[in-house]
Design a protein around this ligand. Structure first.
Ligand code: AGP
Length: 607
């Protein structure tokens, strides 16, 4: 995610801005910048790459004079990582400058309105558009509060926005919606930041800014206003966290923080592709003509991304009735696969840098297939080399074990399948309408599972000593087992296998003995009974059985976990959450380094 900071006080702003930004580096970024107000002029300095590049350019902030400034680390969502796209962004005359964290969903419509009004644009970012919306209303009303309140009324999306006006030299204005922002104060200084770590070195006295509250920062003072420009009284809080805990938003590990970010990540990714109750992939550039012409789909990926591909295979083949092949990229690239140009090749990759997935993409391109990448990192190699890209909106994922990016990739797979079904008319408008409505309900259902995480913590504490764990299921349930088993293996180091339930009796059931843990995933109506009897078979051989199912079904099992009812196509988005939590708590109980498990890297950029 991007990081924003602001400072106004008696000291030189730039060095403080750089130091504050360094405390937000953990959030992931690809460029950075500062803007400092000095005697009515705003001086902007930006740099692509690490913060050290910006520090070098500004001699540690010394050559950017002024005691009032804002800064930004950018995690690109709109517009490639570049100095031009880096924040801060400005209006035509450089008299209004802004930094922003979030996504302005209707920036394209706002950009065309401003263009018709004579505005021009130098970058590809939604933030430049936001800055010029503020500029438009500032020119109209001459009042920063009115300019910002009109901005709020015009834009759709999420933002934490800080703005400086050159004719208000001792003030910083800010507003947030669905993106974090805190305000820190001392006797003579005020600070603004996306997150607590950025200001902990200066103050522990903070205000938490509410949605659509406008803040005016002055030296040692923060005034809050509502949309009507009326002053709001706010309580000051005292931060007790240490710096390390603050980076994780108060969670003990990035993985647990990212598990809890999933409702928002699912909502952010859905909001990019659901417009007026319909799936809209215009951002991806997949035309109806192309969708109609594909004879089949080949999906290649690694690890958890591969598991998303397995879910997609079931959902696509059931909904769209075209053949879908899902391949381990590391196998696909070497086995001289048979492909034809009428197929669509989809590569899934959080990092967009996985060597095997990149090689698979290049192989498909050399065979003349049209290629689509489902990627989280904007401007990554796979994103740049695929013909088309569907970006997930998970933000940077710090923990090696993927959770929120996996969930965002699932959403990408669902919206693609629904769009294909709509264009190829393999599902009725009514069915699609209700499926889209189901998708919109996912964030709340995931949250309801997270709210009951203690039951999974208790289960994990009783199972942390297990030596072998099996996950069994059929169809989408098998795909869920693949992900649940990998999560457990990679962070708890317990041997675990995911098995297609029907395959167990073809050899593996010989491994079941007293105390073996078998977790059955049972969300697919047509196969629940079958899998339940497979579980019985393991139980009679001494296994401890746990089941994960929708609340409505009575199923055998020593321990039962239920998830809210959802269309079985989307069950993976809910069922994966208890399994993520199970793996997390077992890993913690075993004293492992949850976020950086042994032998693993976040992105496997080598073969
Ligand atoms: C998942 O928890 C692992 N970190 C790993 O399997 C990962 O999904 C795989 O390496 C693929 O990474 P990518 O999505 O960045 O291509």
């Amino acid at each position: 995610m991007c990081g924003i900071v602001g400072y106004i006080g008696e000291k030189q702003a730039a060095p403080i801005l750089l130091e504050s930004l360094s405390k937000l580096e953990y959030r992931g970024y690809d460029s950075a910048g500062v803007a400092v107000l000095d005697g009515g002029d705003i001086n902007i300095v930006k740099a692509k790459g690490k913060l050290s590049c910006l520090a070098e350019k500004t001699d540690g902030g010394k050559n950017v004079a002024g005691t009032c400034g804002i800064g930004h680390t950018r995690w690109a969502t709109h517009g490639e990582p570049s100095e031009l796209n880096a924040h801060p962004h400005r209006n035509e005359g450089g008299t209004i400058v802004a930094v922003h964290n979030g996504i302005i969903e209707n920036y394209i419509q706002q950009k065309s309105k401003l263009t018709r009004l004579g505005y021009t644009f130098y970058s590809d970012t939604d933030t430049e558009v936001a800055t010029k919306i503020v500029d438009y209303y500032y020119k109209k009303y001459g009042d920063p509060l009115k300019a910002i309140s009109n901005f709020i009324l015009k834009v759709r999306g999420s933002y934490a926005l800080a703005v400086m006006f050159s004719d208000h030299p001792d003030e910083i204005y800010a507003v947030r919606k669905d993106n974090p922002m805190i305000i820190g104060v001392t006797e003579s200084e005020s600070f603004l930041a996306s997150d607590v770590p950025a200001i902990l070195n200066y103050t522990r006295k903070v205000y938490y800014v509410g949605n659509e509250e406008i803040v005016c920062l002055k030296k040692g003072q923060a005034d809050f206003f509502n949309l009507d420009g009326e002053k709001i009284q706010k309580q000051i809080s005292n931060i007790t966290w240490d710096a390390e805990k603050a980076e994780k938003g108060g969670y003990p590990h990035f993985m647990l923080k990212e598990i809890h970010e999933q409702p928002k990540v699912i909502s952010d990714t859905l909001n990019c592709f659901i417009k007026n109750g319909e799936i809209n992939l215009s951002e991806v550039g997949l035309t109806n003509k192309e969708i109609k012409k594909y004879s089949g789909i080949v999906i290649a990926a690694c690890g958890s991304a591969y598991h998303v591909g397995v879910v997609m295979q079931y959902v696509f083949e059931s909904l769209v009735r075209i053949p879908v092949r899902v391949e381990l990229a590391s196998e696909f690239r070497y086995r001289n696969p048979v492909m034809n140009k009428s197929q669509l090749f989809i590569v899934i990759s959080q990092s967009g840098e996985t060597a095997d997935s990149l090689a698979a993409l290049r192989l498909a391109k050399s065979a003349g297939l049209s290629t689509l990448a489902i990627v989280n990192v904007l401007g990554s190699t796979i994103a740049r080399e695929a013909n088309k890209v569907l970006y997930t909106k998970a933000g940077p994922e710090i923990s090696v074990a993927t959770t929120k990016a996996y969930s965002a990739q699932l959403i990408a797979g669902y919206v693609l399948a629904l769009r294909f079904a709509r264009v190829r008319k393999t599902a009725s408008k009514e069915e699609l309408k209700s499926l889209v409505a189901e998708l919109s309900g996912l964030p709340e259902k995931v949250q309801s599972i997270l709210d009951k995480k203690n039951s999974m913590q208790r289960f994990a504490s009783s199972m942390a000593g297990k030596k072998d764990v099996f996950f069994i299921g059929r169809g989408v349930d098998y795909a869920i087992c693949l992900e649940g088993s990998l999560k457990l293996k990679e962070i708890s180091y317990i041997h675990s296998e995911a098995y297609a339930a029907g395959e167990l009796k073809h050899g593996t059931i010989s491994l079941i003995e007293d105390g073996t843990l078998v977790i059955g995933v049972l969300t697919q109506p047509d196969t629940i009974e079958k899998t339940a009897s497979n579980l019985e078979e393991t139980k009679t051989r001494g296994a401890n059985v746990a089941t994960l199912s929708f609340g409505s079904r009575k199923i055998t099992g020593d321990v039962k976990f239920t998830i809210p009812q959802v269309n079985p196509y989307f069950a993976a988005s809910l069922a994966v959450v208890p399994l993520q939590l199970f793996a997390y708590y077992v890993s913690v109980l075993r004293g492992n380094d949850v976020d950086k498990p042994r032998n693993l890297a976040k992105s496997v950029t080598v073969e």
